[in-house]
Design a binder for this molecule. Structure first.
Ligand SMILES: C[S@@+](CC[C@H](N)C(=O)[O-])C[C@H]1O[C@@H](n2cnc3c(N)ncnc32)[C@H](O)[C@@H]1O
Length: 374
């Protein structure tokens, strides 16, 4: 397991920080009430492979719906807009976020939330149970960008009770019973940030490769809103998996799937790769200094020799297998020249491969942090 140290937004809860979006969210509700199972358009599918994305991506924009807020300390659900946000919208049996509908390609339903939490546990083990690598000293304000189920933000808040942790996401999928120093907010981190400048001691971004369209802009905003002497940290998984040289199984289908996912994502303006040198350079260009990179391998499957990594591999395998449908559904629409049957065969073979102890597949994982000059 390599662990080599080398040199190498969001807007806010509406009232306090002022979420001022110029683009009204495209909300396309298909449910009548928060949490309702709503309409499952799978029943009316067009028979095509993958998801019908046009509706969600080009859906109607309701100009009246310009503010999103999800305050974990409130009882929530007191406005029609919140109801729409909480309902999400459904496609092919999976639920997706309503706020900025179509922005993110993966579901946000319980199945996906389980995947996120299991993946979190796998990465946590891979990181030796560290929540951060940046040498933080008594942080007062932290931001978790794209918090998902909020699991990292909650753990970080517990570990740093004196720190106020703001955590933003497009989806309101965070729990309500959380430490008092965590605040969840619904927001799009790729819009203009309206927090005070020089505010955060620490900005944390984890596994957002499939989400961010403009990393440079994100880093520039993070730089502006980080205190002098504060840190940004990226904890990213490279979605281009690798088959280790010890593998007796070539993992052909897994590699093929990774490649197809990458090509499909590129067509919708997303680069799934997290290349360490690129991330380091992007941070440097944004103005961060003293950049440190830690590189890891998170096994997929129970093949690693070390017990801790075997456990991480079992978790990661479960996350991949459970997540496969959600990760593939929308992107498969952009696979070039594939029939539904061919895709099904690929995914079936991939599942068999990854379950085999002979297949030594892993995700490259990095933690890279940089400091805003004092
Ligand atoms: C792969 S998940 C990572 C979640 C969490 N950071 C973790 O590591 O478990 C990506 C998350 O980013 C959120 N997301 C995607 N695009 C976003 C955006 N533009 N602004 C805020 N959140 C976004 C998604 O809703 C999803 O919860």
């Amino acid at each position: 397991m390599a662990d080599t140290a080398s040199a190498a937004g969001g807007r806010a809860t509406q009232a306090q920080e002022g979420l001022t979006t110029s683009v009204g969210p495209s909300v396309e509700p298909q449910a009548s009430a928060p949490g309702a199972p709503a309409v499952d358009p799978a029943a009316e599918g067009d028979g095509q492979q993958g998801f019908e994305t046009s509706a969600s991506e080009g859906g109607p924009v309701d100009e009246n719906l310009d503010v999103a807020s999800w305050d974990s300390q409130s009882d929530g659900g007191d406005s029609a807009y919140e109801e729409l946000i909480f309902a999400g919208h459904w496609e092919n049996g999976r639920r997706y976020h309503s706020y900025q509908s179509g922005q993110y390609l993966f579901p946000d339903d319980e199945q996906e939330q389980d995947r996120l939490d299991v993946k979190y546990a796998a990465i946590h083990l891979t990181f030796g149970n560290k929540l951060n690598f940046a040498p933080l000293q008594d942080p007062q304000h932290a931001l978790d960008v794209g918090t998902g189920t909020g699991i990292w933000a909650i753990d970080f808040a517990e570990e740093n009770p004196g720190c106020t942790v703001s955590a933003v996401d497009l989806s309101p999928i965070q729990p309500t019973w959380v430490p008092p120093n965590v605040k969840f907010e619904i927001d799009d981190c790729e819009q203009d940030w309206t927090w005070p400048e020089n505010h955060f001691d620490y900005v944390h971004i984890r596994t957002m490769a499939a989400a961010i369209r403009n990393w440079n802009r994100l880093f520039q905003q993070a730089f502006r809103h980080t205190k002098p002497g504060g840190y940004i940290e990226l904890q990213e998984m490279d979605y281009m998996g690798v088959i280790q040289s010890t593998s007796r199984n070539p993992g052909t289908s897994f590699i093929r799937w990774c490649e197809e996912q990458g090509k499909a994502a590129a067509k919708v303006g997303i680069n799934l790769r997290s290349i360490p040198s690129v991330m380091v350079e992007n941070l440097r260009q944004a103005g961060f200094v003293d950049i440190q990179l830690h590189e890891f391998r998170c096994p997929i499957g129970p093949w690693a020799a070390e017990k801790k990594m075997r456990d991480a591999g079992i978790l990661q395998l479960s996350a991949v297998l459970d997540g496969l449908e959600g990760l593939t559904l929308k992107l498969s629409k952009f696979y070039e020249g594939w029939t539904k049957e061919e895709l099904d065969v690929l995914l079936a073979k991939l599942r068999t491969e990854l379950r085999s102890r002979d297949c030594h597949a892993y995700w490259p994982v990095i933690a890279v942090y940089g400091k805003k000059p004092e």
